[in-house]
Design a protein. Structure first.
Length: 126
């Protein structure tokens, strides 16, 4: 592998992904412990089936959260109430999955606690 190709495979922690693993192309994702995934990549792709599904799910959740139109900064009790209402309606309508809704509601709970202590804003889109 040339230096140019190696630089394109760099990932977090300056670990270099191996393009091929003897007889098949390896998935280009790294685990939390820094070891490269050893599963074969899907034909014509850089990721294995499992990592491709995880990336697709994350993108779908992010799109659903952004489509709710909730401001990333909430500074009032009315804003919190409106955000809770939109999340609940999206969950009922099936536009938002339970895990993404739970994560957003947890952030809203933290924002509500911040309103009581005087720290008025929170970032919901992180």
């Amino acid at each position: 592998m040339s230096d140019r190709e190696a630089s394109s495979y760099r990932n977090a922690g300056d670990a270099v992904a191996e393009a091929r693993y003897a007889y098949y192309r390896r998935c280009q994702r790294f685990r939390r412990n820094g070891v490269q995934c050893k599963a074969p990549a899907v034909k014509g792709e850089e990721l294995c089936y499992q990592h491709a599904m995880q990336a697709e799910t994350a993108a779908r959740r992010e799109a659903a959260v952004k489509s709710l139109g909730i401001s990333s900064r909430i500074a009032s009790p009315r804003g919190l109430q409106a955000a809770i209402s939109r999340i609940a309606q999206a969950l009922v309508d099936g536009r938002l999955d339970v895990k993404a809704g739970a994560m957003m509601l947890e952030k809203i709970r933290a924002a509500a606690a911040g309103l009581q202590t005087g720290a008025f804003t929170t970032d919901l889109h992180r």
